[in-house]
Design a protein around this ligand. Structure first.
Ligand code: 13P
Length: 255
């Protein structure tokens, strides 16, 4: 477990202003659990409102365009979400890769734009069930990260996190074994150390994502090299999301 675990809620395409009450409740509860870094990535339309409602938790976006501005109808740049109050952005999520055909190269360009705009980056990776069954999960995820991660990141331990999210575990209630998560996270750690050096590479937090719930959070977060969680469905209410945050805080206390 990381020195300060990072638990991030990805609201995906969920939430109208009525959801701000949940963000407020999460923020209030997080103020009593300062050992855990808590953050929310609401949809673009709620970034500014969430930013204004909360005091403690981080607020971020779920995507950004690789350019700072220009003729890109319907897109949103890193500069714009930073201006709306975002401090970080999730990039390379499998739903973006699938729904919008995002390549590793495009994700890499987006990461450069985000860092340039002063946003921290949560870089997602993860294999399909077919790839895992074929015994190629570690190779696949390693090569995805090799190409998606920027070559150089200043202050990488702070500016970068990686989220391992096996596609087959997202929203399905299924999760890998603790041993499989540990194997993948150790491989990601080795890659980060090689790319960003012994010190920074060792401190970058590697989150696990995919069907994390209050009931399984402690077990999943205890896996080797897991430094937090990226949570979808269970982040939509303060009650279930804080159950996960409490699990992370308890685990950290025990270690
Ligand atoms: P679930 O927690 O709903 O499985 O989603 C995980 C995820 O994709 C977070 O980015």
């Amino acid at each position: 477990m990381a020195e300060r675990p990072y638990v991030v809620g990805n609201w995906k395409m969920n939430g109208t202003r009525a959801m701000l009450a949940q963000a407020r409740a999460i923020d209030r509860a997080a103020q009593n659990l300062m050992k855990v870094e808590v953050a929310l990535a609401p949809p673009f339309t709620l970034i500014h409102a969430t930013h204004r409602e909360v005091e403690q938790i981080g607020v971020g976006g779920q995507d950004c365009h690789p350019r700072a501005e220009g003729a890109h109808t319907g897109d949103t740049s890193a500069t714009m979400i930073a201006d709306a109050g975002a401090k970080f952005v999730i990039l390379g999520h499998s739903e973006r890769r699938q729904d919008h055909g995002e390549s590793n190269e495009l994700v890499n360009d987006k990461a450069a734009a985000a860092l340039e705009a002063g946003l921290r980056v949560i870089m997602c990776c993860g294999e399909t069930e077919e790839t895992r069954d074929g015994g190629k999960a570690v190779d696949f995820v390693s090569s995805q990260l090799e190409t998606s991660l920027p070559e150089k990141v200043e202050n990488a331990a702070d500016m970068l996190a990686v989220a391992y999210e096996p596609i087959w575990a997202i929203g399905t209630g299924r999760t890998p074994t603790v041993a499989d998560i540990g194997e993948m996270h150790r491989a990601i750690r080795a890659l980060l150390v090689k790319r960003y050096g012994e010190k920074e590479g060792a401190e970058i937090r590697i989150l696990y994502g995919g069907s994390v719930k209050p009931e399984n959070a402690r077990e999943l977060l205890a896996a080797d090299e897991v430094g937090g969680a990226l949570v979808g469905g269970a982040s939509l209410t303060a009650e279930s999301f804080m159950g996960i945050v409490i699990g992370a805080a308890e685990l950290q206390q025990d270690q």
